[in-house]
Design a binder for this molecule. Structure first.
Ligand SMILES: Cc1ncc(COP(=O)(O)O)c(C=O)c1O
Length: 408
């Protein structure tokens, strides 16, 4: 029997798979020929019988919320000569550090599950922050943590306040969980409207507030005092997504978790720490809230590699500090240069990316793309018509971007 293995053949324009056997030896094939021909007829009958079932509309069998959400896509893809569309760090880890990480990873048992929760990684990050490990939860990217926290806070009939525009995943998860979204528009210059947030939270009695600050895609921040005021005065869980905090002029609200039992801070290692490919995120809250938020967490979601990588990068944090200094310097340089260009308006940013408004963002996006420069067209977001977003790249990448924008 081990001379042949079953394969699945999908015939063009037919919905039903036909099961066949792939033979390695001719005589086995000849011996079995009649059996196969016979069984293929039987499969044909089954195929005909069930074709109707396969072709009928199956959408009503699924979560109705799927009708309101779209598959996540990155316009223009993820490959480019100059890739500035996902707010990543332009610096990969140095080879000596990767080798150090891999040589430790090689000693691990790859056949064994990691810990249910990545306690080693959580301990490393807690030590790095100088807080207790039971205030910290690690995830497979902060996106995974967003799903976990939203599951813990939302459900049918519950209400979430989301400033608009914000990171698109918030709305998607809230819709999936059939929760009501209370959208609070940013001000016309893309800044947060703190008064409107406070008013809407009170009037709508929201259960959950999600603040991306500094915010993707606008690049604007709430101040420390504004976040504190919102968390203090609202009877809601307040999630503060600090994905870009290392680039911000504002200080983190992490120090408030002891005094504010409803506050959760979200961090990612994908931006300043340059680990987007390894997938590491964290939530930080007081231990009582954290114990509840952790209940829907997917077990074993973080790999041993992620835990080891994190520990090594935190032990070499001067690399991160250097990268952040470079990015901030280049961001300011880019902003000054953008101010000198005709036909576009740059927005001051508190992140590792910049927003510009042009006459025809779609055309400029394509033009840049044809030159191998991939940026993000964020024109579809509320208040951001004709806007493009691009993260700070290497010196030469930034220079080529400016040169191209100048010539358009
Ligand atoms: C505001 C914000 N939060 C969370 C994330 C997700 O980051 P990751 O899943 O890579 O940790 C992103 C990614 O761009 C983001 O912009």
């Amino acid at each position: 029997m081990d001379k042949f293995r079953p394969v699945l053949i999908y015939k063009k324009n037919e919905d039903c798979p036909v099961f066949f056997h792939e033979f390695y030896e001719k005589d086995v094939f000849l011996n079995m020929f009649s059996v196969i021909v016979g069984s293929s007829f039987r499969f044909k009958d089954l195929q005909n019988k069930y074709r109707g079932t396969m072709q009928r509309d199956i959408k009503h069998l699924l979560n109705p919320a799927l009708q309101n959400i779209a598959t996540y896509k990155v316009e223009g893809g993820q490959q480019a000569e100059i890739k500035l569309n996902q707010n990543e760090s332009p610096f990969d880890l140095p080879m000596w550090l990767k080798e150090e990480i891999i040589s430790e990873f090689i000693k691990e048992s790859w056949n064994r599950y990691p810990d249910i929760l990545p306690y080693r990684g959580m301990k490393s990050y807690a030590d790095f922050l100088g807080i207790s490990p039971d205030s910290v939860m690690m995830s497979n990217g902060s996106n995974e943590m967003l799903y976990t926290i939203f599951l813990a806070c939302l459900g049918p009939g519950r209400k979430v306040l989301i400033p608009d525009p914000s990171f698109s995943l918030y709305e998607k998860i809230a819709l999936l969980l059939q929760s009501r979204i209370v959208s609070v528009p940013m001000l016309p210059g893309l800044d947060f409207d703190t008064d409107a947030i406070l008013r809407a939270a009170r009037d709508e009695k929201v259960d959950f507030i999600v603040l991306s600050t500094p915010n993707n895609p606008t690049g604007k921040s709430l101040s420390f005092d504004e976040v504190r005021l919102i968390a203090q005065s609202c009877d809601a869980i307040v999630l503060v997504d600090e994905a870009y905090i290392e680039f911000s002029r504002q200080r983190s609200v992490l120090e408030l978790i002891d005094g504010l039992p409803n506050l959760v801070v979200l961090r990612t290692m994908s931006k300043a720490l340059a680990l987007a490919g390894i997938r590491i995120g964290f939530a930080i809250a007081n231990p009582t809230l954290m114990a509840e938020l952790a209940k829907p967490k997917i077990p074993f979601a973080s790999s041993r590699l992620a835990e080891i990588t994190l520990t090594h990068v935190l032990a070499n944090y001067s690399l991160v500090n250097d990268a952040v200094s470079f990015i901030l310097h280049e961001r300011d340089k880019l902003y000054s240069e953008l101010l000198t260009l005709d036909g576009l308006e740059p927005f001051l940013s508190d992140t590792n990316f910049l927003i510009i408004r042009l006459k025809d963002a779609g055309a400029v996006f394509k033009n840049l793309q044809s030159e191998g420069i991939l940026v993000r067209n964020v024109s579809g977001y509320n208040l951001m018509d004709n806007c493009l977003r691009f993260n700070v790249g290497l010196v030469e990448e930034n220079r080529r971007l400016i040169e191209k924008l100048r010539s358009i």
